[in-house]
Design a binder for this molecule. Sequence first.
Ligand code: ADP
Ligand code: DP6
Ligand code: CO
Length: 368
Amino acid sequence: MTVQQKTKKARTDTAEATASAPVNIAVIKYWGKRSEALMLPTNSSLSLTLDQDQLQSKTSVRVIADSESEDARLWLNGKEEKITGRVRNLVATMRKLRADLEAKDSSLPSLANKALHMASINNFPTAAGLASSASGLACLAVAIDAALQLNLPRPQVSALARLGSGSACRSLFGGFVAWDMGSKPDGSDSVARQVASETHWPEMCALILVASATQKEMPSTAGMQTTVETSPLLQHRISAVVPERMQSIEKAIQARDFDSFAEITMRDSNQFHAVCLDTFPPIFYLNHVSHRVISLITKYNEVKSKENGRKYTVAYTFDAGPNAVLYLLKDDVAEVLRLVNAFFPHNVAAGAASDEYYGMAKQFVHAP
Ligand code: ADP
Ligand code: DP6
Ligand code: CO
């Protein structure tokens, strides 16, 4: 069970629910939409869902019983946010599902046309390339499902979460999760699917290295739009690279082959950032701390290889931000944590916008 939820019915026509959801960090990156309206990607992707006890969004949704308008309001980390077109669409789609239920059964409390208040908190940096839109929108879809008493099956909640943010569709499942791009024009086969559960490869761990906790200048949505419009390298990536990589990494996961998993992960992160550079004007998500992390891991892997005979001990990957996620096996965590903390001491501020997080490595094992 990846996503948790609690529902409370205060009065017959009032409802509220609280849900929490984990982030997922892709090893084959989604970057580009073929349909903005249906939120369909230009390529398939694959991620690991992280342990939600450590990185999570938590969202409460309340249906306001005595409201006369269909007002929807959202507070994020204590501040009211302007509702985006996408959240509006998500809310409207879910209200419609509720209205259909109420039309069929007049004994149901009337929740479809009431105001919705949504309040969410992330316990990690928001919009900093640590997939806050994934946990945030997954959580929102689960909380609205519960508050409107829809009880939708998980694949349907995943498809609704996708309307809020593409990467969110993967956070509804634990373990290793693919989002198949699909080929049908209506998007009905563009779905998230669990490749292997959280118990399949229990030694797999993730370390999060926060190089900067500040909000990125270029949100993922806008960044990938420009990439689709301008990058010839993206066209090569989606046609000639990702399909083969999806197959190879699924095989590596099934076989628990860390060397293959690690190489594909690092190559895909590198290519995603190459595509960002190939975007015009270019997008820079990595900073010089990220580059130092890449060099350090590359050298460490070389040295360790002589010692343990494995090609790679650690794999790095970077989302749309400068913060690194390292995938590695449990037995190697203690040494890698020591290494990272020695190379990036907490009080060295070089290049870090916020030294509060600089060089802090924490251990996050994917979903329990
Ligand atoms: P990230 O790399 O963190 O996913 P994005 O640019 O993809 O960054 O998305 C960040 C945006 O996602 C935020 O500006 C906000 O609009 C939305 N978001 C993040 N967390 C939440 C949340 N918990 N609830 C609702 N929306 C959220
Ligand atoms: C680099 O899902 O944040 O994290 O669908 O526009 O909300 P929208 O974008 P988003 O993009 C995620 C990009 C990525 C890679 C990934 O998670 O697969
Ligand atoms: Co995002």
